[in-house]
Design a binder for this molecule. Sequence first.
Ligand code: ATP
Ligand code: MG
Length: 320
Amino acid sequence: MGYAIETRDLTRVFRSSAEVVALDRATIQVREGELFGVLGPNGAGKTTLIKILCTLLLPTSGKAFVGGWDVEGEPQKIREVINMVSGGEVSGYGLLTVRENLWLFSQLYGIPGGEARDRIGDLLKVVGLEARADTKVNRISSGERQKMNLCRGLVTDPKILFLDEPTLGLDVNASRAIRCYVKSWLAERPGRTILLTTHYMHEAEELCDRVAIIDRGKVLACDTPSALKRRVEGEASFRLEVALTDLGLEEMGQLPGVRWFFREDKPERGVTEMRFILEDEAVIPSIITRLVEKKVRVLHLSKTEPTLEDTFVKIVGKTI
Ligand SMILES: Nc1ncnc2c1ncn2[C@@H]1O[C@H](COP(=O)(O)OP(=O)(O)OP(=O)(O)O)[C@@H](O)[C@H]1O
Ligand SMILES: [Mg+2]
């Protein structure tokens, strides 16, 4: 069986003042019916990948196929079966209402009138935009606009849907609602495929059947979230909270037995949070001793289950 999406050594180089390799021989295979995640930090090449797959940008070398069609040879065929929504985009016509915008897009895709009306009504309900349906788009908030864009992507009922950071900047409830809906949308429609990019670890973990971790244009790993997590199992992962401090704590990462160390200040809670991956638990006393010597007040220590983030850190060498 062919793949819904496939790339082979896909490479894209941008030549402006300096040369940027946005995608570096990236190979992925997405099966029909999959919700496939591309997880990577800023500048990893996620949007470049989506643009090539959506036939908006040509590869420098390598191959990409969507729905079995070559992005370079048959872009027209691909455009008929896909849709794309980007979390950061400012799309839609400000002088038209939310409903009119969605109607316009549905008609550009030739969706029969009655069907389009029903779908638009359902979608607006699902994303909680019903009350805004007859408001002009230049009067709605950016989060509401983003929800409208998601509806715009779904209203054509695409066979393959690309979501570029669909929950970027949305509040917690709106993000959760969108994740839930995306998941159920796919579950109820056999044969559809979604490729989504995100730099939210929990989003990838919650939504995706498989995840490709990319950094600097390279695919570093590709597997199910649980298989990726297994790569850090057996290692002891700890979270240590201390009273907020402005001391440099880099040396904590150099202590014997510390595989990885990460520090994050949370002034709103008055704490500095440290995360450790240790060779084993016996290393903890030396960490605490060192902190006490530095007169840092230890507040809380807990052992954590390995997360996709730990895996990401192990593979990419930094957090997102
Ligand atoms: N049109 C362009 N011209 C020059 N460089 C570009 C262009 N588009 C992207 N790049 C560069 O290519 C690299 C990958 O960019 P891309 O937008 O694909 O990353 P991303 O993973 O989507 O990042 P983000 O999480 O910030 O959206 C970056 O270094 C970026 O600066
Ligand atoms: Mg991007």
